[in-house]
Structures are given as structure tokens and as C-alpha cells.
Design a protein around this ligand. Structure first.
Ligand code: SPQ
Length: 435
């Protein structure tokens, strides 16, 4: 599925969809299940390439993991009995796997080399190895660039108070995982709150954490209890079809059992502010993550400014929001989003250059983009840059272009959304062409 042609000559999108499990939560469920002694059962697991890398890695450390579709059982002897892997640990395309693993292994009994694909090997890792080294962590690399491959030698860690220079759930999680194995109390303070799945799940596994304002603290030396984890649908995957429903006149799509964690629902706030009709029915929250049913209906959209504390609540949705803004009246400004430059690709440059090929009026800025709409877009050949979110943005763009959109290097979409084209086909009732 490396080149795909997507076309949609008018019509509406309609239907009910259940998007695959949340990627961030699926990774963490395997990781915490592997740290805890006993058997953890996971339902709704995302069988996308990134989360499969996480499963393979923990299997290499001696954890018994069995998967049957979206049900996963993690049977672990506990972190203290993990063994050194024979081969390097390959995180594939997954920044979450690599960065959280650095934090987990730093205080474990294991020595291992972590590597990844050509995109991941360019992404910055010092953002985690710097605070982890201050805690006593031991890392070595063959290069001076602070990138993978990196060898971690697990050791005894000391606690720290880390004031994070950037809003990043991966950095926060890596330091909290290291703090879990360290002596004393580790505190992490963020400037703006990033997704809190690690904190919620640590508590679900029986750990004590204390949250106060933008700080969270964890006492070292606790033990985790294996448990059952239900993974809701990924709102970052739903976002592609939420934006499609909002911008294709006459459309309405309902999303069942989708995650509604407030640290991830910035997309709902933006859609409402742009004028789309969004209804949310939250299920009663028990232990774990909040989820529910969402419906998005099309409307005349207007431009917005997206900045500040909202950014970490929708960081992965910004490529498709940029596309949405091309169909909204006025100038949409996205700022404070320089983190987009260090994702799977530089998402500021790549989103702007790809949407410009369709005729969009969009310019990059150092920390975001400026988009003028509404613009009539014309079909063209777009490249995913090996980035799943860019590949899906290109496919959704075909819903508002005159003429079809060819997507090169589309297979990366399997990183986070296996079955994406089946959902697109069923909502539009049009077959996409795969070559
Ligand atoms: O795992 P990866 O490759 O970093 O995935 C991305 C994505 O688009 O799927 C970012 F490229 O999501 C990150 C997200 O941007 C997943 C994540 C997490 O699970 O903790 C947190 C965010 O990254 P960060 O750097 O802000 O912590």
C-alpha cells in the first residue's frame, strides 16, 4: 500500500465509527504490565506498528506477551527479574516507545541498546537523557548528536525535582518512570499540562502519586499490581474524521467509545470554536480513562487562533486542523507549536509544503502556521514524508479537492491507524485505489 489514490467527487460523509485503541494508552498498558509482577490483561489495544514495537521490546526483556487481535495478556516476573536482551531493542518509528523506555530502563537491572528507524534516529533524545543523567542514569551513544542508538546501563537512581523546559508527556513520563525506581521523591513540573495517561495508569496499577497544579510527584521504591486495562478509541485518530465531518457540507459522523481525557480534547474545543456542531456523551468515569460517544456535524467554519496551553492538548491534531483551516473563513493562526518541528518529520514545513501543492494559502512561521481560507483546493500528488499524520491529512484533503489526491509512502498510516482506508471507504461509500 505504498501509493494510494483517494478521490471524492461530492456527496457527504455519514455513519458510526469505532476508531482503533489509543496509541499513548496502549504503549503505557504494556509498559506498566511489564513492570508489575503478575498478569495484566488489556482490551482495546491498538495493533498499530508503534505499539507492536513496544510489545516486541518487552518480550525481548523476558516478559510473556500474547496478543489475540486487540486483547493482550502481559505476564511478567516483575521489573527486577527482567533479563538483558540478546539483540538491540528496535523502537521502529515510535518516539513514545524510545523515550519512555529510556526512563524505565535507567533504573532497571538491564543493559540494552535502543534503536529505531531512520526517522526516529533523527529525533532528539537529550530531552530525556539530560534529566535522567542528573538522576544518575547511565547512557552511551556512538554519536554526539544525542540521538539513537543509545545504550542504557540500568543503575541505582536518585530522585530530583525537574522543571520541564517544554510541555511533553514523553519527557514527563520518562522522569516519572525513573522516579518510580529511584530513592526518594521525584517531582516533575510542567509549564502547560501535557497528556496525563502515565499518571492515571500508574495509579490504576496501585502506585501513589500526588498532583498539585502543574506538578506531579512520585515516591520511589513502590510496587505495582497487575490489573485489567480498557483502552478507549484514540481521539487523535478520530480527529481526521471529525475534521472531515466538520468541513464536508451535510456530513455527520458519530464516534463510539472514544477517549475523552481532558488533556487530549483540545480538538473538540477548536471544532466548536470554529462553528462545527459537536455533541459529547461521556460515560460514567470509573477507574482509568474517561471515554464516551462524540458526534460531529458540518457547519460554516470560521478562523481561530490556537496557542498557549491548548497546544499540548491537540499537538498531534495540528496537521489535520491546518487542512480544516483552509476551508474556514478568515486567517487561522497556530503559534507556540515549535514542538511540531521535532515529530516524525518537521510537521510545520511538511504540512505547509504539502497543502501548498493543493493550492492552499498557508505559510510556515517559526512556531506554527498562518492559514487563509476558505480556498478551493485542487488534487495533486502529496508525500507523507514517512509520517502517519501527514499521510492521513493527505487522504482527508481529497474530500475537499477538485480531482483526486495521490498519496506517496502511505503505508506509514499503519503506525497509528490500521484500517484507516476501510473507515474512509465506509464513511464516503467510495473505494480508494491502492497500488
Ligand atoms: O510516539 P511518537 O512518534 O512521538 O508519536 C506522536 C504522534 O504523532 O503519534 C508524535 F509524533 O505522538 C506523541 C505526542 O506528540 C505521543 C505522546 C505520548 O504518548 O506520550 C506525546 C506527544 O509527544 P511529546 O513529545 O509532546 O511528549
Amino acid at each position: 500500500m505504498d501509493r494510494i489514490t483517494a478521490s471524492f467527487e461530492g456527496g457527504v460523509l455519514n455513519g458510526v465509527v469505532q476508531v482503533p485503541g489509543d496509541k499513548s494508552i496502549s504503549h503505557r498498558a504494556v509498559m506498566l504490565g511489564a513492570i508489575a509482577e503478575g498478569t495484566t490483561s488489556i482490551s482495546g489495544f491498538l495493533a498499530g506498528e508503534d505499539c507492536l514495537s513496544t510489545i516486541r521490546i518487552f518480550s525481548q526483556l523476558g516478559v510473556g506477551i500474547e496478543r489475540n487481535g486487540t486483547d493482550v495478556s502481559v505476564k511478567s516476573p516483575g521489573i527486577l527479574k527482567w533479563k538483558d536482551p540478546v539483540n538491540p531493542l528496535d523502537a521502529g518509528n515510535s518516539g513514545t516507545t524510545a523515550r519512555l523506555l529510556l526512563g524505565i530502563l535507567a533504573g532497571s537491572p538491564v543493559t540494552a541498546q535502543i534503536s529505531g528507524d531512520r526517522y526516529l534516529c533523527k529525533r532528539p533524545m537529550r530531552r530525556v537523557t539530560t534529566p535522567l543523567t542528573e538522576m544518575g542514569g547511565s547512557f552511551s551513544a556512538d554519536n554526539d548528536s544525542g540521538t539513537l542508538p543509545i545504550t542504557v546501563t540500568g543503575t541505582t537512581l536518585k530522585s530530583m525535582h525537574y522543571e520541564m523546559p517544554i510541555a511533553s508527556a514523553q519527557v514527563k513520563s520518562a522522569v516519572l518512570f525513573a522516579g518510580f525506581s529511584a530513592q526518594g521523591t521525584t517531582v516533575v513540573t510542567e509549564k502547560a499540562v501535557s497528556r496525563d495517561h502515565t499518571e492515571r495508569m500508574l495509579q490504576q496499577f496501585g502506585a501513589n502519586l500526588l498532583g498539585e497544579g502543574n506538578s506531579v510527584s512520585i515516591e520511589g521504591g513502590q510496587t505495582l499490581k497487575a490489573c485489567a486495562v480498557k483502552v478507549p478509541g484514540d481521539i487523535s485518530s478520530a480527529a481526521f474524521f471529525m475534521c472531515a465531518a466538520a468541513m464536508v457540507s451535510g456530513s455527520a459522523i458519530t464516534f463510539k467509545d472514544v477517549g475523552l481525557n481532558p488533556t487530549r480534547t483540545g480538538i473538540i474545543d477548536v471544532l466548536k470554536e470554529m462553528g462545527a456542531k459537536v455533541t459529547v456523551e461521556q460515560k460514567v468515569e470509573g477507574e482509568g480513562e474517561p471515554y464516551g460517544t462524540l458526534t460531529v456535524e458540518a457547519a460554516n467554519l470560521h478562523a481561530v487562533e490556537i496557542s498557549g496551553a491548548l497546544i499540548p492538548r491537540l499537538i498531534d491534531e495540528l496537521p489535520v486542523i491546518a487542512l480544516l483551516a483552509t476551508q474556514a473563513e478568515g486567517v487561522t493562526i497556530i503559534k507556540d507549536a515549535e514542538e511540531l518541528r521535532v515529530k516524525e518529520t518537521d510537521r510545520i514545513e511538511a504540512v505547509c509544503s504539502e497543502l501548498q501543492k493543493l493550492g492552499a494559502i498557508i505559510e510556515p512561521t517559526p512556531d506554527g502556521m498562518r492559514i487563509t481560507g476558505p480556498t478551493k483546493l485542487t488534487g495533486a500528488t502529496l508525500n507523507s514524508h514517512g509520517d502517519h499524520r501527514l499521510g492521513m491529512m493527505a487522504a482527508i484533503a481529497s474530500l475537499v479537492t477538485e480531482g483526486s489526491v495521490q498519496i506517496e509512502d502511505a503505508s506509514c498510516i499503519n503506525v497509528s491507524y490500521p484500517g484507516f482506508f476501510d473507515h474512509l471507504n465506509s464513511l464516503t461509500q467510495i473505494e480508494t485505489l491502492m497500488e
